[in-house]
Design a protein. Sequence first.
Length: 140
Amino acid sequence: MKIKNNYIRNGFFLFFTLSWLILWVVFMLRENKKGEHAQLRYLYSHSDTEKRRYLTGEDLYDFIISCKAALPDKATYNILGLDETREVTARYLLWPARRELQGPDFLIVYGNLQFTQSGYLMVKACKNTGALLAREGIKK
């Protein structure tokens, strides 16, 4: 019985390996890849920071990182002008600062340089991408 189980186990392993190899070849040779290999090469050949910048979008990444540099320790913020997915990414990049919906220390506004809010002063505006506003009385 032990010999038969060994043949079955080896046969299953061989079947699984060949199936995976065939599927991998089909995936690599398929049509309409639309530049996926160029993206993969870029991601494999760059640092983690460059990968995050590429996947987030260069404008948004640079804007969020410049805002993070301007935020003091333990600051609270709210982000305006981003969809939910991009907002989650921005919150990840802004960590350890904390998001607060009501009365944050800073407002990060993406895509609207003319945004104003009573009680907040413009701290910095980044070339056509957004603005950082601080609540009056907050040390920058």
